[in-house]
Design a protein around this ligand. Structure first.
Ligand SMILES: O=P(O)(O)OC[C@H]1O[C@](O)(CO)[C@@H](O)[C@@H]1O
Length: 368
């Protein structure tokens, strides 16, 4: 498996090597925001939660669907008056009870862990809101308990439908007063994602295309991705997960200031050493900093110091800055280019970004 950057501008290769249409799926993110918003409103999510005053919002799901919970918490922010937590498990924590809102999210509607937690939520008398495809096991749990169900039109792969599963959660949080969403927000977020899709389109050459440029930065490196706020850290976690699944690539993720108390030590380790005289590229550490506009001032100083620390040691650094007024726009401005980059990284290695063999195999082994 070799990295060949010229593949990124070879249109024939980009089509042939991506039979599952991952680049096309990423380019469809804006449409997912619009659809997710529409189906949530049509399902009465905003009306349901407007009558509920929960003690906590507990999002239950796995993998890409659980990430929707992390993004929701990031959008609600640290000022949220009640906790917004994500649980990835078979069981709900003991403290979850009848006064809590449990939001079960599953792209397939069939994931064992999520069904188990949704069923448990009903048994404990929690208010349940569920998001998944029509005709699924999750829908059956929701229907049996007279809970609101948002039927999402899933397509392709779970990780490529992130905005479709996340947007209904934001609609719910907005109705609960946990996040400000003026009516134009969803359209503004869709526009951010459209603009990213245009700039990162396959026909745009590597030297102009932010998705391809970022993929070239990441190639032949071990990425350590840090966010400079909880919101940027949620984007960092998403970035790492897509590197794992699209490019079958290892990646560390973290958040400042915490990463400055542990991960930063890697700057003096074996993977940070670079042989600048080597004929071929050597595998080496790359720090990827996702900068938020809403940083704690002390974190801003830490971030600037970290860049200097890395440069002093010749550690490669890439910085991506969030943009936008609303937190959901800022998330889109970070996640959009990263989603393209991870897909291009796979394609530059000649890897089909869609299949995730070991995940499928593990799931089959556990099921049997
Ligand atoms: O969203 P679902 O269908 O519940 O799946 C959860 C996770 O499980 C997987 O299907 C893999 O096991 C992931 O791709 C997905 O993110």
């Amino acid at each position: 498996m070799t990295w060949e950057p010229e593949r990124l501008d070879d249109q024939h290769h980009l089509t042939e090597c991506d039979p599952g249409g991952m680049l096309r799926a990423v380019a469809g993110s804006a449409a997912q925001v619009r659809t997710g918003h529409r189906v949530a409103v049509e399902s009465g999510v905003d009306r349901l939660v407007a009558d509920v005053r929960p003690r906590a919002v507990v999002v239950v799901g796995m993998g890409g669907s659980a990430l929707a919970g992390d993004l929701l918490a990031a959008v609600c922010g640290q000022g949220a008056p009640i906790p917004v937590v994500t649980v990835r498990s078979y069981q709900l924590p003991g403290w979850v009870g009848a006064t809590d809102l449990v939001i079960a999210v599953s792209w397939s509607g069939e994931t064992g862990e999520t069904i188990s937690m949704a069923t448990e939520a009903v048994r404990r008398g929690c208010t349940l809101l569920a998001v998944g495809p029509a005709g699924s096991a999750l829908e059956a749990v929701a229907v049996q308990s007279s809970s609101v169900y948002v039927p999402i039109p899933t397509e392709g792969r779970p990780r490529a439908d992130l905005w479709l599963v996340t947007t209904p959660l934001v609609v719910a949080a907005s109705a609960l007063g946990l996040v400000r969403t003026e009516p134009t927000v969803y359209e503004r977020v869709a526009r951010v994602l459209e603009e990213v899709a245009h700039r990162c389109r396959p026909s745009s050459d590597s030297f102009l295309n932010p998705g391809k440029t970022l993929a070239m930065d990441l190639a032949e490196t071990v990425p350590m991705i840090w966010g400079s706020s909880p919101l940027a850290a949620a984007a960092a976690a998403r970035f790492a997960a897509r590197l794992n699944e699209d490019a079958k690539y290892p990646a560390l993720f973290g958040e400042l200031p915490e990463a400055g108390h542990n991960q930063v030590a890697v700057f003096d380790g074996p993977l940070a050493e670079r042989d600048i005289f080597a004929d071929t590229a050597t595998r080496t550490l790359r720090l990827v900093l996702l900068r938020d506009l809403d940083e704690h001032p002390r974190v801003t100083s830490a971030r600037e110091a970290v860049v200097r620390l890395a440069q002093d040691r010749d550690v490669l650094v890439t910085e991506l800055a969030a943009d936008g007024d609303h937190p959901l726009e800022r998330l889109a401005s970070l996640i959009g280019p990263a989603d393209f980059a991870t897909t291009y990284l796979a394609l530059g290695y000649g890897l089909d970004p869609t299949p995730v063999g070991p995940i499928t195999e593990l799931r089959a082994r556990v099921t049997h």
